[in-house]
Unconditional design. Structure first.
Length: 151
């Protein structure tokens, strides 16, 4: 059973009014946006990836999402991130999205209550040379931070 504790890096994402669709819940495309958000926040803030001027950038090569439950504004999603596979030029992430309720209290799981799973998925980044768009080795400083969240 997927739990937030299965993911070494977590981030709270506040839902926005615009995330809801005509059916009254967050639209499926927003789940992919949450994937992008937790991954890129980690790469930028924790791994030091320079998305504006760095020689290497990560491009999405493949992604998948299995939906488990709906969520709606107002509320908070807890996004969990782990590295499942780390290659020379690519990385496959595991992502879990969990319902944080309206308060987004992350302490619920610590008290023995697992937040409900909203979705699980994976996402593959291929790191490429910014100019040539050809696969290149993941920079050492990024690789070391990706290794830190490997499972």
């Amino acid at each position: 059973m997927a739990t937030l504790s299965n993911y070494p890096y977590t981030r709270r994402i506040s839902l926005r009014w615009k995330d809801n669709d005509v059916y009254g819940h967050v639209n499926n495309v927003e789940y992919y946006s949450f994937f992008d958000t937790v991954i890129n926040e980690y790469l930028i803030l924790e791994a030091g990836l320079d998305i504006h001027a760095g020689e290497v950038i990560g491009l999405c090569a493949e992604s998948h999402c299995s939906f488990a439950a709906p969520v709606a504004f107002p509320g908070v999603v807890h996004a969990g991130l782990a590295v499942e596979h780390l290659g020379n030029a690519s990385v496959r992430y595991a992502i879990g999205l969990f319902d944080g309720g309206e308060s987004g209290d992350p302490g619920a799981e610590a008290g023995g209550v697992t937040p409900p799973l909203l979705a699980e998925g994976w996402f593959v980044h291929v790191f490429v040379d910014r100019q040539q768009r050809r696969p290149t080795a993941i920079p050492a400083h990024v690789r070391s931070r990706l290794e830190a969240i490997a499972r």
